[in-house]
Design a protein around this ligand. Structure first.
Ligand SMILES: Cc1ncc(COP(=O)(O)O)c(C=O)c1O
Length: 391
């Protein structure tokens, strides 16, 4: 096959896992438990859908191109909300709206790298980050984490070369679930400043962080905008996955470069999604708080059920955001385990092999459970099935 930019990377993992379901039937008394994808399955609250419908009918601008970096109303509101969340001052010209957080990452990488440059990614990594780096011809330098899934700044320092352009963190983490302590994020920021590189922090799951108060102090650093690139998604908090709205907060100079990417790829973010994000931020803070409580309760349910699995040799490595990251006790690769779980246990989850480079052995022992769509009863059933396994 001819080498092309896209042939440099692997097929979309969630789609691949979905194909494992083909030809498998599930009985009514034992339906499939799908914990493969980290996305809300329910639509946004009715009031938001009604507001969107009204907007679509009554506003011509709902159907037109808008500014490349997003509508000013949304940029201003998000800048204010970021300021409130992180106890900092952020202005609208430091914020851009994108067509989802994946695009925010792609745009940022395109604006800060050339082919052959390097980006450091802690592993297990978020696979779409790795995929975009492959497609962009940028080398993903993997920074292995230990049992606590937290990256070590000193280990990262040893990986920095004259080709390194950024370190990209995800907190709360996908796939590991772990919430990076503020002083760890700050240590990575200092490292980035020391080496004149960027620190990208994807905070897609920030609304489900179990901690109260600002999760880090990067927005309060003097001249943060020269180093820090904050990425955000409206997909999870407001259940807007299908409307593709995300954001970037960084310096206006970098946003000028990012604007070239966004203009070429999408021209502007969709108006319906931008409207929904703005309406959601203005009207749904109580509702989002309730969603967070629900996720934290599900997380607590996982902890309650863990002893049963631990007694069978499983280990919980990380828990938070939408994820539990587990080490399994079986003498087979997680890739094979995941396929067998479909037919033998009625469970669809993603194997750790999808979150590490091929040369890394850790992924074979690990699996990711995206539990956000399972209520307490669903979590009990999932754990009953995992506990009953013998291979
Ligand atoms: C860490 C992380 N970043 C980005 C995304 C994608 O977000 P969006 O739907 O805004 O593109 C996801 C979705 O799963 C994610 O887990």
């Amino acid at each position: 096959m001819t080498q092309t930019r896209t042939s440099a990377t692997f097929p979309p993992p969630v789609m691949e896992a979905r194909r494992w379901l083909e030809g498998v039937t599930f009985s009514a008394d034992r339906p499939l438990i799908n914990v493969s994808q980290a996305a809300p399955v329910d639509p946004p609250p009715l009031a938001l859908r009604q507001a969107m419908a009204e907007f679509a009918v009554s506003e011509d601008s709902a159907h037109l191109y808008g500014p490349v970096l997003g509508n000013n109303t949304l940029r201003t509101e998000l800048a204010e909300q970021i300021g409130a969340h992180y106890a900092a001052q952020v202005s609208a010209d430091q914020v851009a709206i994108t067509s989802g957080c994946n695009q925010a990452f792609a745009a940022t990488i395109s604006a800060i790298t050339d082919q052959g440059d390097e980006i450091i990614l802690p592993t297990p990594w978020y696979f779409n980050h790795k995929m975009w780096l492959d497609v962009a011809g940028v080398k993903a330098v993997d920074l292995a984490t230990g049992d606590d899934l937290l990256p070590d700044p000193d280990a990262a320092r040893a990986l920095i070369t004259d080709k390194t352009r950024a370190i990209a963190l995800v907190t709360p983490n996908n796939p590991g679930g772990v919430e990076y302590p503020a002083n760890l994020v700050s240590a990575f920021y200092d490292l980035a400043v020391e080496h004149g590189i960027r620190l990208i922090v994807d905070e897609t799951y920030r609304d489900f962080d179990s901690r109260s108060g600002p999760p880090h102090d990067l927005f309060r650093k003097p001249d943060w905008q020269s180093t820090f690139v904050h990425l955000y998604s409206f997909s999870k908090a407001y259940r807007l996955t299908g409307h593709r709205v995300g954001a970037i907060a960084t310096g206006p100079d970098l946003l000028d470069e990012i604007e070239k990417f966004l203009d070429t790829v999408a021209i502007c973010p969709g108006q319906m999604g931008q409207f929904a994000a703005l309406w959601g931020m203005r009207n749904l803070s109580q509702w989002v708080a309730g969603e967070r409580d629900e996720i934290l309760d599900r997380r607590a349910a996982i902890l309650e059920h863990m002893p049963g699995l631990t007694s069978k040799g499983w280990r919980l490595l990380g828990l938070g955001a939408y994820f539990a990251y587990l080490e399994h006790p079986f003498d087979l690769s997680s890739n094979e385990l995941a396929r067998r779980l479909v037919s033998e246990a009625g469970i669809l989850l993603l194997p750790g092999t999808m979150f590490v480079p091929d040369h890394s052995p850790s992924g074979k022992r690990q699996v990711r459970v995206a539990f956000a769509n399972l209520d307490r009863d669903g979590i009990r059933q999932l754990f009953d099935r995992l506990q009953a396994l013998s291979f």
